[in-house]
Design a protein around this ligand. Structure first.
Ligand code: ARG
Length: 460
């Protein structure tokens, strides 16, 4: 029967409270599959190094595969007395094949083992998150294409600004999620070096080829300093930061859509299947999914700050504080994945109220272009801005719409106005004047969509 790994040095049993307080298996069992993969690679390395005889290696490898199957089928009885996932798996191995199983921990410490497991976990999760982000970006591109001819108001300071194509809005988030993906790629690079072979702090004294194990475990590099490798958790910070920034973008998108779904705005319609009702007010259809996406961003920030605080002030090298890295890590990954998925569903299912947004995109949102029109007639921009400002004041006072003013009315503000002013006075036309790269003209938008599709690897 497997007892405590360190019992040789101790004269009494561990206090039950201490067992509860120090255990991590209740949450790090999520690393079990990665720990098995790592154990298998390590067993091969030990065999190659002559530490395991062929018979021993075969027994260990076979038992690890059985344990792997049992893990997947939920058949392992994880024990807090064995502290963490690593010791539990070692105990399983010893229980199944006897004392020879204990040879697996040769040339290894849990310090390099746990860092390796966490990196494997992060690399896998980054792949999943990047895949979800790509799906979200593709949904945004689809919506941008669908509504390419619809113009809506843009806001700055949450005050009406200038007309934009609905597409510009969707694509602005496509751009944000593309940079988020890049942040995850950066986090991947720093998670892609294998700590195994660093031992507890100073390296190992067995002739193990670390490069071979790294290859086996799909790491492109190996860590280069055993002390750094066993205490480094900065790669988790990079991951948590990427999660936090992505969460911030999701939250801002959610906030826009929540406002736009209000009766006052009525810019969008969210499908009933993605909304919830009220237990008391029968008329309600609430955007709770989006509110939760917004709310969950708090955890993503909190998890980053949590680990930053754990790491601050640790003496070199491994300290048990580092065990506190896992819960924030798992929580951020789970939270972010479900939030991205929720937003994919919302974007896919939402509809723009075309008539309403078009109607709101005219009037004083066109006034910048009246100023620019005057600039075209040779008036300095500052002066043109003041004239257009006077026109805006007039429109507000007289309860008129800019599009309805007569040429006489325009001429009252400046003799430079002529009949051609009416050629620009529509949201569509104003939008189409923004032909700069990245602007809101149809030409610029279609150009961007083509580039975006190429970047996502989807056919035009
Ligand atoms: N459960 C531990 C952790 O997550 C594994 C490493 C323990 N190492 C040690 N020397 N006690 O950090």
């Amino acid at each position: 029967m497997f007892k405590k790994a360190w019992e040789g040095r101790f004269s009494e049993e561990t206090d039950k409270f201490v067992e509860e307080f120090t255990e991590s298996v209740s949450f790090d069992k999520r690393l079990a599959i990665y720990d098995i993969i790592q154990n298998k690679a390590h067993a091969k390395a030990l065999y190659k190094a002559g530490v395991l005889k062929e018979e021993e290696f075969k027994n260990i490898f076979k038992a690890l595969e059985e344990i792997e199957r049992d893990i997947k089928e939920g058949k392992i009885n994880w024990k807090k007395e064995y502290e963490d996932v690593h010791m539990n798996i070692e105990a399983e191995l010893i229980n199944r094949i006897g004392k020879a199983g204990g040879k697996i921990h040769t040339a290894r410490s849990r310090n390099d083992q746990v860092a390796t497991d966490v990196k494997l976990y992060i690399k896998e999760n980054i792949k999943e998150i990047k895949d979800l982000l790509r799906r979200l970006r593709i949904e945004l591109i689809k919506k941008a294409e669908k509504y390419v001819d619809v113009v809506m108001p843009s806001y700055t300071h949450l005050q009406k600004a200038q007309p934009i194509r609905v597409s510009l809005y969707f694509l602005s988030f496509r751009e944000a999620f593309l940079y988020d993906s890049l942040r995850f790629s950066n986090a991947y690079v720093v998670s892609d070096s294998m700590p195994l072979g660093s031992g507890a702090v100073s390296g190992i004294d067995f002739p193990i080829d670390r490069y071979l194990t790294a290859d086996e475990l799909n790491f492109s590099k190996i860590t280069r300093n055993s002390m750094y490798a066993t205490s480094d958790r900065d790669f988790i910070l990079d991951f948590l930061y990427a999660c936090a920034v992505t969460g911030m973008h999701l939250s801002r998108l959610a906030e826009d859509l929540i406002i736009w779904a209000s009766e006052e705005f009525s810019f969008i319609n969210l499908p009933d299947r993605l909304c919830t009702g009220s237990s008391i007010m029968p008329q309600k259809k609430n955007p709770d999914v989006l509110e939760l996406v917004r709310g969950k961003t708090g955890r993503l920030y909190g998890n980053l700050l949590n680990l930053m605080t754990v790491l601050k002030g640790l003496p070199s090298a491994y300290n048990r504080d580092l065990q506190e890295d896992k819960e924030p890590l798992f929580d951020s990954s789970d939270t972010l994945k479900s939030s991205i998925f929720a937003v994919i569903k919302i974007i896919e299912g939402m509809e723009i109220n075309e008539e309403r947004v078009s109607k709101e995109a005219g009037n004083l949102l066109l006034i910048t272009d009246v100023a620019n029109y005057l600039v075209g007639k040779g008036i300095p921009f500052r002066e043109a801005h003041a004239i257009a400002g006077n026109i805006a004041m007039y429109v507000i006072k007289e309860h008129k719409r800019l599009e309805e003013l007569s040429l006489e009315e325009f001429k009252n503000f400046s003799p430079a106005f002529s009949e051609d002013i009416f050629e620009i006075l529509s949201p569509q036309k104003v939008a189409d004047r923004r032909t700069s790269f990245g602007g809101t003209s149809k030409e610029s938008i279609l150009n961007y969509i083509e580039i975006a599709k190429r970047e996502e690897g989807i056919s035009p």
